[in-house]
Design a protein around this ligand. Structure first.
Ligand SMILES: Cc1cc2nc3c(=O)[nH]c(=O)nc-3n(C[C@H](O)[C@H](O)[C@H](O)COP(=O)(O)O)c2cc1C
Length: 393
């Protein structure tokens, strides 16, 4: 499949757009309301410059690191996403690709594949949960992930159930009934390669979320789980601490944006946080996560591992995040475009693009390893982080 190879994440996205039915593609574009945050997540990286070196440094570069107790071959992890209907192999393909490229897989509790299958494909799997249902139900999901062999837990509390996008939201049915299939057919028929993938798999996207199902119960649908989540009051800091106590391994709190909350996360006993605005899918108008990173890394970087997600599309973005204090980054849409464009090989392709970009930025900066990166490697324009210092009083 030589012709299926692509050289940038932007090209993977173009191919994904061509290959996926419109509603599936726009579910991945996602974002909320006006898309201010989605835009800033990428635009903010463009504001950061590099301060390159020319001579006098080693010819070898080390990209590997440890994060969340995992040895990884590059400082890029898979961020959890519900990838319903993108590809028949879904998260299993992503997990295989991550394993093949030596990195860890974050699995969403709203994913389309069971945690057992994903851990089998990549033993470095971290299971992500939303605060959804009672503590007992949450504890059962955690127990299942532990029994399956997940090596870490991710809690994602940042979600505000915003609906409505200025560019339109895709219609996602509760189930693919014959009537829904008929409604969807004109869209699908224009995407024969996507359709063929599903025909070959002898299945249809079933829009269920197997990791949310109760043992022995009927498969939970995406919307069934979403409805339950909407009814659940958001977690208190006491709940965060409680959940952390249910898990004795690495625990990542994903979605921290404020310095005061980063400190509370430390108090709650988490091992890591991800500075994140949920890829711009949560509260629109939140600035790019990279703007919040330096302040948070300064405040808690000595106590917990600080990660970042949001807007990573190239290796140089990863290097900028590391220079500003992140230990590693998580990627979302970048690998989803790869998965849509070419399944497992497409995700491997994306990880290779990022690896190549990191390596080349390290070379340009005269750094022998990702661990050597520091603030002096990037040029941060005046005011870059101002947007994230709320004016009080
Ligand atoms: C389609 C889609 C689905 C997502 N689903 C989840 C999810 O189930 N759990 C979660 O913690 N984050 C979810 N996210 C957020 C990602 O984990 C990550 O924070 C975000 O995509 C990072 O931004 P990026 O896409 O610019 O890399 C989702 C993001 C997208 C685009």
């Amino acid at each position: 499949m030589g012709g299926a190879w692509f050289e940038t994440v932007a090209e993977a996205q173009r191919r994904a757009e061509k290959r996926l039915p419109r509603s599936v593609y726009s579910a991945l574009v996602a974002g909320s309301e006006k898309g201010l945050t989605v835009r800033d997540n990428q635009a903010a990286f463009e504001e950061l410059g590099f301060a390159p070196r020319t001579a006098g440094f080693s010819g070898k570069r080390e990209l590997g690191t440890t994060v969340l107790g995992q040895q990884v071959s590059l400082p890029v992890l898979i961020s959890p996403t519900g990838v319903q209907a993108v590809h028949p192999d879904g998260e299993v393909a992503v997990a295989r690709a991550a394993a093949a490229r030596g990195t860890a897989m974050g699995l969403s509790s709203f994913a389309s594949k069971p945690v057992e299958d994903v851990v089998a494909a990549n033993p470095q799997t971290l299971f992500q949960i939303y605060w959804c249902g009672s503590r007992d139900m949450i504890a059962r999901r955690v127990e299942r992930a532990r029994a399956a062999g997940a090596v870490g837990l991710i809690l994602t509390p940042d979600w505000s159930f915003s609906h409505g996008r200025d560019w339109g939201s895709p219609r996602i049915p509760e189930r693919l009934t014959p009537r829904e299939m008929l409604r969807f057919a004109p869209e699908a028929i224009t995407r024969p390669r996507w359709l063929l993938d599903w025909v070959r798999s002898r299945r249809l996207p079933d829009l269920t979320v197997p990791n949310m199902s109760e043992p022995g119960g009927a498969p939970t649908t995406f919307f069934g789980a979403y409805g339950e989540w909407m009814q659940t009051p958001p977690p208190s800091w006491e709940d965060v601490r409680w959940l952390r106590e249910q898990w004795d391994g690495p625990f990542l709190l994903k979605g921290v944006f404020r310095v005061d909350e980063a400190k509370r996360a430390v108090d709650a006993g988490v091992s890591a946080i991800s500075v994140s605005n949920h890829g711009g899918n949560n509260l629109d108008g939140t600035p790019a996560s990279i703007r919040a990173l330096p302040g948070i890394a300064d405040a808690v970087g000595e106590q917990v591992e600080v990660l970042l997600d949001g807007g990573i599309r190239r290796g140089s973005d990863v290097v900028k995040a590391l220079a500003l204090g992140a230990r590693a980054v998580l990627i979302g849409r970048a690998y989803l475009w790869g998965l849509a464009a070419n399944g497992q090989a497409g995700v491997e392709n994306v990880l290779d693009i990022l690896r190549g970009g990191i390596d080349s930025a390290l070379l340009g900066l005269g750094r022998g390893s990702v661990a050597e990166l520091g603030r002096e490697d990037v040029i941060v324009p005046a005011g870059f982080t101002d947007a994230v210092q709320p004016r009080v009083g």
